[in-house]
Design a protein around this ligand. Structure first.
Ligand code: ZN
Length: 475
């Protein structure tokens, strides 16, 4: 009878143990349902950036997260979503290991954030996630994970920065998504080999942050997933691939050097172009002439050629309308003295009349002040040079004499000019002979065909040197 009672007791004990064990296995030891959530908000850590601290407590589960809020909604959402995703993944893993869980397990999910201002335009955020499940009875760690995620934020553009933003050349490349390809752009053997463990990743899978002289790439240990190395890629070694915005901010000295180099090259090319230009100046002396000058003006107008007219102020006075017409056609008005005397034979008082007074008369009538003076017959002495210089007139001679006053033949004038003209020439003609007007169209056509550009004497002498005494002859 007593023995039977003991059996019954043992049976009841067995039943209880079984029920207790069954409950222990099949009830969920870890849950985030009905969590008690505590927020500590708005702890400003640096200008405009807040750290939001949150704790959660539920059955077998605690969570502690410190997440930066930078108050750019799209970016805050993205960071928050990433943390949420990590918590979901953690619970998926717990679900997968359900059968190994006892009532002694404790799950924990923690996030810490480091915020660094690179400068006023950029900041970096580094999130460190630690999640684990421990059995407090057996001391076993069922799950133990760490993960790091980085964000570099362009505060001005309110965007998360990608490696493609910093190295736009990579974005144009078919291989752009592969980090192995990125590595090939780094001209530093040591860094290249340090980055080899990451070579099979896509650019998206690389954790990196912007620092004040480049980027820092985070390398994690393959087994523990912990950050084991931080490799700095100095912008100087990848400056050729760097986007303009980053280059200007982080490498201003290189930008300055490159700009100076480009300017020098531009200057050199401009000079070479100028030297290649075949410039030539047509000059007409002894006018204006009531009959011939208008004919010459028509021809010049037809070929869109600018010339220089060395006028006698005596003739300007005689034919003011013609003189004005020359100025109106935007040719250069120059001074050829008052009455065409040989200046070497004149006294100082007369020189003043021929050089200064003549300039005044031409200025008054044409409205243009001559800056150039050509002495009649090309005869001048140091006194002439002095007067010209005092009245701010450059002394201009010629390098090609058409001899139009002598030949009076279209063919001979043409042959002489074409034979002697070269780049930089100042060609002497006269707008008082009909034959000059006859020869002019074929001379212009031939020189234009040969690549010559017609400019005024003032333009031409910018590109050629004067003689030791200051007079210009042309080439
Ligand atoms: Zn003359």
């Amino acid at each position: 009878m007593k023995r039977k009672w003991i059996y019954s007791l043992l049976f009841i004990l067995f039943l209880f143990t079984t029920i207790a064990f069954t409950i222990d296995v099949y009830s969920e030891p870890i849950s985030r349902e009905n969590a008690k959530i505590t927020y500590v908000k708005n702890e400003e850590i640096t200008n405009g950036i807040e750290m939001e601290h949150q704790t959660k407590e539920a059955k077998g589960f605690t969570s502690s997260t410190n997440i930066a809020k930078i108050n750019i909604p799209a970016i805050d959402d993205r960071i928050f979503s990433w943390v949420q995703q990590k918590e979901d993944e953690f619970f998926n893993e717990i679900e997968a290991k359900k059968t190994q869980l006892t009532r002694h397990v404790q799950a924990s999910f923690n996030v810490d954030t480091t915020v660094e201002h690179v400068n006023e335009h950029w900041l970096t955020i580094e999130l460190d996630v630690q999640s684990f499940v421990d059995d407090s009875f057996t001391k076993d760690a069922l799950i133990a994970q760490t993960e790091t995620k980085t964000f570099t934020i362009d505060l001005e553009k309110e965007q998360i920065v990608s490696l493609n933003d910093i190295f736009p050349e990579l974005a144009n490349d078919a291989q752009k998504d592969k980090f192995s390809h990125f590595i090939t752009h780094i001209k530093d053997q040591q860094i290249q080999s340090q980055l080899q463990p990451l070579k099979n990743r896509s650019l998206e899978q690389i954790d990196w942050i912007l620092i004040n002289n480049g980027i820092e790439i985070l390398v994690n240990d393959e087994t523990t997933n912990k950050i084991s190395q931080r490799i700095i890629i100095d912008f100087e070694i990848v400056h050729q691939q760097l986007a303009k915005r980053y280059k200007q901010t982080f490498l201003p000295h290189i930008v300055k050097k490159e700009r100076e180099k480009a300017e020098k090259l531009k200057e050199k090319e401009k000079k070479q172009r100028e030297q290649k230009r075949k410039l030539v100046a047509l000059t007409f002396d002894d006018g204006p002439d009531e009959l011939v000058t208008p004919k010459i003006l028509n021809i010049l107008d037809k070929y869109k050629v600018q010339a220089t007219f060395f006028m006698l102020s005596k003739s300007v006075r005689a034919y003011p309308k013609t003189a004005k017409l020359v100025a109106k056609n935007r040719h250069e008005i120059a001074n050829h003295s008052h009455a065409h005397r040989n200046l070497n034979s004149l006294k100082t008082a007369r020189l003043n009349e021929e050089i200064n007074d003549s300039k005044q008369i031409i200025t008054e009538i044409t409205g243009k002040a001559p800056k150039l003076f050509r002495p009649p017959y090309g005869e001048y002495n140091s006194n002439v040079m002095k007067f010209a210089s005092k009245s701010k007139q450059k002394v201009i001679l010629w390098s090609v004499d058409s001899l139009d006053w002598k030949y009076k033949s279209k063919r001979q004038i043409y042959d002489t000019v074409i034979r002697d003209t070269k780049p930089g020439s100042i060609i002497l003609m006269h707008d008082i002979h009909e034959s000059t007007a006859h020869a002019l169209p074929s001379i212009i056509e031939k020189l234009q065909k040969d690549g010559y550009e017609f400019v005024t004497v003032s333009e031409l002498i910018k590109t050629i040197d004067h003689a030791p005494n200051g007079a210009y002859y042309g080439k």
